[in-house]
Design a protein around this ligand. Structure first.
Ligand code: HEC
Ligand SMILES: [Cu+2]
Length: 382
């Protein structure tokens, strides 16, 4: 009896599977999508080349094996009266061939994997030179946002890591709470941020633009909202940005913002620092806020639990990327009659627990007028 090899229904299933699989691949192709295939630096390049190598090898083997299989199914299918085929069980040559070929393939993959490991290892970090000094940054994993401290410039920021293009960035990873994992798919692989064990990593961004960073280790309920941006800019923009960030917060001039500052001192200064208002300078959390002797506990002026807000108005994300700041459709003009609906900071201040349930910003309810004053103040801190 002849078996129909493909039934209509199976045909459709195969087509559907193909479409679904290709949509997974294509989903990684959007601009700015956090993917190792969206390469913007040597570490990601090494990772993605290994991915493609393994994919192409697997594809070649798949096509070969399936080709022979399908060919055999048609060519040698049972017909009425065909005798039993030749039995080659125990054929030494065949056994050897199909043991040796996979071994060789796996050794090829092993070779390129080890090469990749060496390419991204801490030892492979490009050396600094007089013309190309490194940027040193300490990335501090909080629950649930990233803080970035530049020891050389004594600058602290949150949610956005600003770096110059073509420069080696040496990142020290610090946590004084739980284990996080620092990952910027387009630029560099994942490295755990372990309390009591400071890992380091490095990357070089080869093109300017905004790249998404992610916490890649489950670290509590809002783990998924612990994103950050890496903003890669040219050298002179970076230096301009640094000198702006080094300044203390500008004293507000208009009445609304002045009320906002007073409110901040009253209700927010126990968790947030603003240089020139409730703290005198930026500080190195990784050095000062440890459990070691000389370290300070959360709540002391150096170790406040919330992000430093000195230049909040210049940042692009709010609270680990749960909301955008500074986008076009985000209208935070304090005189805008629709402020409560159109400004993301208003949504955050109205009810931070609704926006990001479980986060550590526990505050009493603020009136719309108070929120308006705080927005006038905080968005003005450029
Ligand atoms: C009990 C401590 C606490 C108090 C009080 C507090 N905050 Fe926060 N705030 C936090 C924490 C923690 C975060 C980060 C939350 C997260 O991302 O998970 C935060 C985040 C923010 C952010 C986002 C900053 C960024 O860079 O992402 C703003 C803006 C902010 N708070 C404003 C305020 C204002 C204004 C007040 C006073 C009305 C206030 N906070 C009071 C703890 C506090
Ligand atoms: Cu985390």
């Amino acid at each position: 009896m002849r078996m129909p090899v493909f039934r209509r229904k199976k045909h459709w299933l195969a087509a559907l599977t193909g479409v679904l699989l290709s949509s997974i691949l294509l989903a990684a192709c959007g601009e700015n999508s956090p993917s190792i295939l969206n390469v913007a630096g040597p570490v990601a390049e090494s990772e993605s080349s290994l991915f493609w190598l393994i994919l192409y090898l697997a594809l070649a083997i798949f096509i070969l094996v399936e080709g022979v299989l399908i060919y055999s199914i048609f060519k040698y299918r049972e017909r009425p009266g065909t005798p039993n085929p030749y039995q080659n069980h125990g054929n030494m040559l065949l056994e050897l061939v199909w043991t040796v070929i996979p071994t060789v393939v796996l050794f090829v993959i092993l070779f390129f994997t080890i090469r990749g490991l060496l390419q991204v290892a801490p030892e492979a970090e490009p050396a600094a030179s007089a013309s190309q000094p490194k940027i040193e940054v300490t990335a501090v994993g909080h629950q649930w946002y990233w803080e970035f401290y530049y020891p050389k410039y004594n600058v602290t920021t949150a949610d956005t890591l600003e770096v110059p293009v073509g420069t080696t960035v040496h990142v020290k990873l610090f946590s004084n709470n739980v284990i996080h994992s620092f990952w910027v798919p387009s630029l560099t692989g994942k490295t755990d941020v372990v309390p009591g064990h400071d890992n380091t990593k490095w990357f070089v961004a080869q093109k300017t633009g905004l790249f998404t960073g992610i916490c890649a280790e489950y670290c509590g309920t809002q783990h998924a909202n612990m994103r950050f941006n890496v903003n890669v800019v040219d050298n002179s923009s970076f230096m301009t940005w640094i000198s702006g960030q080094q300044q203390a917060a500008a004293a507000p001039t208009d009445a609304l913002a002045q009320k906002g500052e007073a409110l901040f001192k009253n209700q927010c200064a126990s968790c947030h620092g603003i240089v020139g208002v409730n703290v005198t300078q930026f500080y190195n959390t990784a050095q000062e806020c440890t459990d070691l002797p000389g370290g300070k506990a959360n709540g002391t002026p150096q170790c406040l639990i919330g992000p430093n807000l000195t230049h909040f108005g210049s940042r692009s994300l709010i609270a680990g990327g749960v909301l955008d700041n500074n986008t076009k459709d985000n209208n935070c003009d304090p005189n805008n009659p629709n402020l409560m609906q159109s400004c993301n900071l208003a949504k955050w201040l109205k009810d931070p627990q609704a926006v990001k349930p479980g986060n550590d910003m526990a505050i009493g309810a603020l009136s719309n007028a108070e929120i308006q004053q705080l927005i006038a103040y905080l968005e003005g801190l450029k």
